[in-house]
Write a protein that binds this ligand. Sequence first.
Ligand code: PMT
Length: 221
Amino acid sequence: PQTLPLKGKKVLVSAGPTRERIDPVRYLTNFSSGKMGYAMAIAARDLGATVTLVSGPVDLPKPTGMTVIDVESAQEMYEVIMDKYDDLDIAIKTAAVADYRPKNLQQQKMKKQQGDSTMELERTTDILKALGDKKTHQLLIGFAAETNDVIHYAQGKLQKKNADYIVANDVSKTDRGFGADINTVVLVGKDNFQQSFPSMAKEKLAKNLLEVILKKEGQWQ
Ligand code: PMT
């Protein structure tokens, strides 16, 4: 039988959205369901890896055979991942992390005012960038959700965030990407490496992505 290419490797996958609290009953978030990230974690587990799945709030069953750490906000996700990073072989950032959070968390439920209202937002920490800056031996894989110029922006993110690969998805179509069961991606790597994957179920895509990446890295037995 084929030996498991990720046996003995520590892989962390982040999945799902984050929730940024506004007041005790409200938050900002996005439409990530966690399906793509969970599929990546399961695919890594099935290739023999010791997997930690850092998950934002999602409505999916907890996968077995891995450690699942639930987080809510971008800041919590950042702290958990940074804490584990030194010890990892591969970090895969599938989560759709909020770029902004409300600047002032209201301790009491906000009351309706007369007329319109505005809210001040501040930037969250860019986790992928922080991992890229701190990278030593780890293989760092990011995702990118774009609605236009997908490959161009993905190449930009690859460089700015010092990632080894970016999985770029076109989220301009509602039948794939956020929330859907299928996804259509282009894998972008250094030296202009590019490989397109046709539309397929996220579970199958996750396996194919890991296979292509591990072959390219010479880690596929
Ligand atoms: O969860 P699903 O419904 O299955 O949908 C899957 C998905 C569309 C969410 C997924 O495939 C995907 O594209 N995830 C990344 C979405 C995203 O946040 O893209 P981005 O282009 O905004 O961010 C680029 C990268 O930086 C991502 O790896 C992201 O995790 C990371 N990031 C972003 C902001 C931030 N503050 N910290 C980060 O680490």
